[in-house]
Design a protein around this ligand. Sequence first.
Ligand code: GLN
Length: 280
Amino acid sequence: MTAPSDVSTALQLAQAMGLDRLDAQLLLGHALQRKRAWLISHDDAPLAAEVAENLLQQFRQRAEGMPLAYLTGEKEFHGLRLRVTPDTLIPRPDTETLVDWALEILRTECPGLPRVIDLGTGSGAIALAIKASHPQADVHALDFSPAALAVAQANSRELNLPLQFHQGSWWEPLDGQRFALIVSNPPYIAGQDEHLPALRFEPLSALTPGRDDATGMRDLLTLINEAPEHLLPGAWLLLEHGYDQAPAVAAALQARGFADVSLRRDLGEQPRVTGGRWPA
Ligand code: GLN
């Protein structure tokens, strides 16, 4: 296959390779640093040989299922443009439900300079969105993966949103530290879930607690069981989970002694975030 020579042949080639027109336009726009409107009015703009070769390679990868966000290296989340790499999960719009709930709690219940932590931060999406909308919060972000943390740190610098970073497995690096709010979108997909193959480009460790975890609940339960040692009196723990895990998460929170256990649904009306308050 030869590399396309101008904008319109590139779009035709992408179509012949089975790409969505929008994806092709976004890749082309990214390569040329132009908006879609420009592409539409510049059908015959020539492509430099190197640009065309790279684009052909990206079309191939997209046709094989590589997510667009990994090809462009960016994803929009809660109004922020975040850098993403294959070391990080791609932030989902569903997770904005968790951010919005966290912001409500901060605005209504956490005066002063509350300490907040995002456990398993990945690209930093949740922590950075909270810091952007509630700058007076002292926001911490933790991940087990040094490669993911490097992406979160780059996003923090680029967006000029300072966070405190921790590397380690869940609570391990947080000995003795307590927070006014703890949030997490942990790996929660069951180890043998039929959707995992479709998510093969994303880090498996961000998606599932393990191949041997039949319910996907292992990390959610670790978070629930150990959270009380890190919550201030009256502080909330908010957890994103799978569409069918809400009853199990609520039951585990109640069994651990959490009060005010409640649920939020995502934009698709799926049960998506369950939270509870550690009694004062
Ligand atoms: N929400 C993601 C998905 O369904 C999974 C994220 C996670 O496991 N935390 O694709």
